[in-house]
Design a protein around this ligand. Structure first.
Ligand code: CUA
Length: 158
């Protein structure tokens, strides 16, 4: 069978890029330990208010963990609880969030925190707020008539 020269080059290029991309994914997942950030933990969405840590939303200092604080958020149509929270600058914070009803978003404007909150699942993200200031949390998943009013605020203080 005769294969045209350009076709051969194209085939080699395609197979090489495939191998490169699969290697990148493999090294990232199995050597560097990168995993999808959410949906690893589940919760009964009807019992969010009585399930720890969601029975006490807000910031809590923790000991003996890789992070200094846990910041717990409960989302429901059309608000976040807490509606505003203060976080000390430079602290390592684990954000833990879930929703009581429908899918909501959890995007902290100006940072790379952007999670989807799904009923029945707990979304988590560990981060450090290095800059003082106000950070707006917005819902970026359409969740109903009050979607555009759904927000909260993280105040990073010295
Ligand atoms: Cu909650 Cu949109």
């Amino acid at each position: 069978m005769h294969i045209h020269k350009f076709e051969k080059i194209w085939l080699i290029f395609g197979i090489t890029t495939l191998i490169v991309f699969l290697s990148v994914i493999g090294v990232s997942a199995f050597y560097l330990g990168n995993q999808p950030p959410s949906c690893l933990a589940t919760i009964n969405p009807e019992k969010v208010d009585t399930t720890a840590p969601f029975d006490e939303p807000g910031l809590k200092k923790v000991e003996g963990k890789e992070w200094d604080y846990e910041l717990v958020f409960v989302a429901s149509a059309f608000a976040y609880n807490p509606g505003q929270v203060e976080v000390p600058k430079g602290a390592k914070v684990k954000v833990i969030a879930t929703t009581k009803d429908v899918i909501h978003g959890f995007q902290v404007a100006g940072t790379n925190i952007n999670m989807m909150l799904e009923p029945g699942y707990i979304s988590e993200y560990v981060t450090t707020f290095d800059k003082a200031g106000d950070y707006l949390i917005v819902c970026n998943e359409y969740c109903g008539v009050g979607h555009h009013m759904m927000s909260s605020k993280i105040k990073v203080v010295e």
